[in-house]
Design a binder for this molecule. Structure first.
Ligand SMILES: *[C@@H]1O[C@H](CO)[C@@H](O)[C@H](O)[C@H]1NC(C)=O
Length: 444
């Protein structure tokens, strides 16, 4: 009787455990699991880790969907399996890795939401380029939000190689298909060699009309896959920056307001498609970003364009109303180069007091671009502790050059990079850069 009860309980537990489609692995079971399954996504986690807890339900959901495609999701508790986790170089939690057999391992670089995991792993499971026929194309079009299909002749090896190269590079981001069917191409408005990007939003598809080379195809994929008026957020920001196209932000506090402004500005966005990307941004959650664009960060709705390559900012006056006409005119002028970038700057110091020269945006060119001198620049933030600790040492260094009579050869300088727009890309504070004499590039 006791035994029977224990058995029944055991079975009940087993049933509960197998209700999860995520396989829990240990050092004993892991090697066989990645050997026996062609494609596995493994999560290395710790039970106390907050991001791991947030991922758990998403991961479960993805596992259930992906099971049908024979893609397995597994997890390893690194507090129990420290050696196993060390073997795979796990340094933070959660770490996600894609296994195609025990040897072929790559980091998972998608987002940590169920739809993103499903989309990412589905792409991993397909060949870099899927062969498409008239019978499979309709189904293929719906496999993801964005899919690309190239059309070229069966004996066109050059186009095939070009396209395959792009597909292998971008396979984590897009689904790629290809077809040799000339009639199908014609039905899809494409000629040999060309490609069509199908999307589940906006006009539904974009046809590539340029020369069939890798760089142009990549640029086309990045541009055409972005919605006419999308949304800037943590998941999309990098994509917008990667296009190399100026980004127009529509700041508004409520979803209704964002919707309304999108509708208003749709024609403007259409007119400038490919030259300026348009996106709304939640001013409640990300209002501080308005400050980075030299807008007042407490007055919405607001509009600004950012030159994403040179990080120049073009805020639209917050005293003017946002209408199709006013923004249409502003964007027209921006595109024809008639809008001056807004440059945030402290006033130029009346006199340079200390041995360390004070740089602001307005005297940046005069000091930093003085090509007769070596110029050492510290980019700091007033709130940064390491910068404060450095200050006295930096003063001593500057004094050494000045007192030693090297002031005409060497400038030691600093700039508050939070209060001045500088052309340099600053990743953290302090950043120190040396601009050597005779090597200066004049910025435009
Ligand atoms: C591209 O080349 C590969 C390798 O030769 C071949 O298997 C594939 O069918 C070609 N694709 C198309 C669409 O012609």
């Amino acid at each position: 009787m006791r035994n029977f009860k224990a058995l029944a309980l055991g079975a009940a537990f087993a049933a509960v455990a197998s209700a999860s489609d995520v396989e829990s692995l240990t050092k004993d079971t892991f090697p066989d699991f990645v050997k026996d399954n062609d494609l596995v996504l493994a999560e290395f986690f710790a039970p106390w880790c907050g991001h791991c807890k947030a991922l758990a339900p998403e991961y479960e959901e993805a596992a259930t969907t992906l099971k049908e495609k024979n893609i397995k999701l597994a997890k390893v508790d690194c507090t129990e399996e420290a050696d196993l986790c060390q073997t795979y170089g796990v340094e933070g939690y959660p770490t996600l890795k894609v296994f195609r057999g025990p040897e072929n391992i790559s980091p998972y670089s998608g987002a940590r939401k169920a739809p993103a995991i499903i989309s990412y792993m589905t792409k991993q499971s397909l060949p870099a380029v899927s062969a498409i026929t008239k019978d499979t194309i309709e189904d293929f079009k719906t496999q993801d939000k964005v899919v690309l299909v190239a059309y070229f002749a069966a004996d066109d090896k050059t186009s095939n190689t070009t396209y395959t190269t792009v597909a292998e590079k971008l396979r984590d981001t897009y689904l790629f298909g290809a077809s040799n069917d000339a009639e199908l191409a014609k039905a899809e408005d494409a000629t040999f060699p060309s490609l069509v990007l199908y999307k589940s939003f906006d006009e539904g598809k974009s046809v590539f009309t340029e020369k069939f080379d890798a760089e142009a195809i990549e640029q086309f994929a990045k541009t055409a896959s972005i919605p006419l008026i999308g949304e800037v957020g943590p998941e999309t920001y990098a994509g917008y920056m990667a296009t190399g196209i100026p980004l127009a932000y529509i700041f508004a506090e409520t979803p209704e307001e964002r919707e309304e402004l999108s509708t208003k500005l749709k024609a403007v966005a259409e007119k400038h498609r490919g030259a300026v990307s348009f996106a709304t941004i939640d001013a409640k959650a990300f209002g501080a970003h308005a400050g980075n664009l030299n807008l007042k960060a407490d007055q919405f709705p607001a509009f600004a364009i950012q030159d994403t390559v040179n990080n120049k900012k073009f805020p639209f006056s917050q005293d003017s109303e946002i209408t199709a006409e006013s923004i249409g005119k502003f964007v027209d002028e921006f595109v024809s180069g008639k809008v001056e970038p807004s440059i945030k700057s402290e006033p130029i110091p009346e006199k340079q007091e200390g041995p360390v020269q004070i740089i602001v945006a307005k005297n940046y060119d005069d000091i930093v671009l003085d090509d007769k001198k070596d110029v050492l620049v510290e980019f700091y933030a007033p709130w940064c502790g390491h910068c404060k600790a450095l200050a006295p040492k930096y003063d001593i260094l500057a004094a050494l050059y000045v007192d030693g009579g090297f002031a005409d050869k060497v400038t030691i300088a600093k700039v508050d990079a939070t209060a001045n727009d500088v052309p340099d890309e600053i990743q953290g504070f302090p950043t120190i850069k040396l601009f050597k004499a005779g090597e200066r590039q004049i910025r435009d």
